[in-house]
Design a binder for this molecule. Structure first.
Ligand SMILES: [Zn+2]
Length: 242
């Protein structure tokens, strides 16, 4: 087993380790983007609540004004009844008016209470709205700062990724074209970015599929590129590191 035959395997291993680094930097980019998404999500939630609150204030305002109209008319009825009480002469008329006054008084009190309660609730909601507005204003500033920071961070990550990609290209350029193509084709189909697998005791290190004796021999003599029959990754003899 000549070392020279193994050379492309070493290149594959190095390219794979650079691909892993690229994947790590892609993860970093995703984390940076998540920081922004987190702030945006919070703002979105707060905005929704604020809008719901604003709708509630509008509808409560309508309720209050109709309650006030009702109160106004009941109060008018009451004062008219009180005035008439001094004017009427018959006992039945007095009784009727007294009955009316008796009914109107608690109704008016109830209406006043209900209006006060709704006004209080409105005030609470309005204070929630103004808190939300302050939050939205403050977090807008945070968001702009964060976006600047994140875009710088991402730029740095992209630069590193570019550097690793160039190193991979350079490595692969040094290979015979069929070896290079094997790597690139396998890379395309490997969704998790794992292009190579080691053959440990006949088993693929990625999927544990057992290779045939003849395939094991092919992998070890390293003249052809062999692929795992289950996961399609390029098989590399684990003895390469020994
Ligand atoms: Zn496999």
């Amino acid at each position: 087993m000549s070392k020279k035959y193994m050379e492309h395997f070493r290149v594959f291993i190095e390219a794979q380790s650079l691909l892993k680094k690229i994947a790590q930097h892609r993860d970093h980019i995703e984390e940076h983007q998540k920081r922004i998404q987190f702030v945006e999500k919070n703002r979105e939630k707060r905005k929704e609540i604020k809008e719901e609150n604003q709708q509630q204030v509008i509808s409560m305002g309508k309720d209050i004004s109709s309650l006030e109209k009702e109160l106004f008319s009941k109060e008018k009825d009451l004062s008219r009844a009180n005035e008439n009480l001094h004017k009427v002469t018959s006992e039945s008329q007095v009784k009727a008016l007294e009955n009316e006054i008796h009914k109107l008084t608690p109704l008016i009190e109830e209406l006043q209470e209900e209006i006060l309660e709704k006004l209080g609730r409105c005030e609470e909601i309005e204070s929630e709205i103004s808190k939300a507005e302050q939050f939205l204003e403050g977090s807008q500033v945070t968001l702009v700062e964060l976006e600047e920071e994140v875009s710088l961070d991402i730029e740095k990550e992209e630069a590193k990724i570019k550097n690793y990609s160039q190193r991979i290209d350079f490595l692969l350029e040094g290979l015979e074209s069929n070896n290079r193509e094997s790597f690139l084709q396998t890379q395309k189909s490997a969704k998790d970015g794992q292009v190579i697998a080691f053959l440990n005791n006949r088993k693929c290190s990625r999927c544990r599929f057992e290779a045939s004796s003849s395939q094991v021999a092919e992998v070890e003599n390293a003249r052809n590129i062999e692929f795992c029959q289950s996961c399609s990754r390029i098989l590399i003899p684990s003895t390469i590191n020994s």
